[in-house]
Ligand binder design. Sequence first.
Ligand code: PMP
Length: 281
Amino acid sequence: MIVLKNQEFIQRDNAKTDIEDRGYTFGDGVYEVIRVYNGAFFMLKEHLERLQFSLTETAIPYDTDSEDLGTLLNQLVSKNQIKNGAIYLQITRGIAPRSHPYPKQTPPQLYAYPIPVSSPVDAQQNGVSVTLLEDRRWLRCDIKSLNLLYNVMAKQQAKENGHFEALLYRDEAHITEGSSSNFFAVKNGTVITHPANNYILNGITRLAILKVCDQLGIPFEERELRIRDLESIDEAFLASTTSEVVPITEVDQQKIGDGKAGEITSRILEGFKELIRQADV
Ligand code: PMP
């Protein structure tokens, strides 16, 4: 495997992290997972824009344009001959003696490398169950930060209880998103998803789905949902780069709608696949 380290391509065995890398000591860094279909990136521009947003918000001095990151990432895909999969990329604030304040003149450290990803076809066709868990993350979930400890703990609890995902809620039962996905509901033909604010990550798949809704003439609303709203919705689904669109058929043993993958959800999944095919030309 070929790895991109800053501006250089190296062998995987030579890719080592320093013990004083702030990503390692503080989780002081940001990341992206970018899908590759048929040898080409899907929505690379949007991922780079979100990455720059995360870098700016955390004041990590790295400029994706002046580093020509898009070109480097395309080279990484060709060097690894990736046909279908994804690139994981992270940028930390750099290597410095452990001390909370930001170090001065420390160059950020970038690593990017391929990870295997394939579409969860069974889950996409038959739907999945999710479990509700309290959202105990910080209040800047719009930054794609390396600090994923609560996300990891929530996912583990969901898995141990036989669920595909943890559906997170805050305060008075305000549903935010999944531990690694965005949440969508469908009610009376309208798609509803959380507004893109500090409570959620503005998923690139989420953006793609809103585009698909536009193309298919499916109305959508960006507004908060409460746990009690789950009783009256017709369909629900999750969306992420790695899972694409996955219908939710049950929330903690309670059926959503008729307990089957929803019709509008399936149309959106088809529309999403069409968007991938269009991006491929
Ligand atoms: N929310 C969270 C918390 C996530 O970790 C992810 C996936 N990384 C998403 C939403 C979905 O984002 P995307 O569509 O960009 O993968």
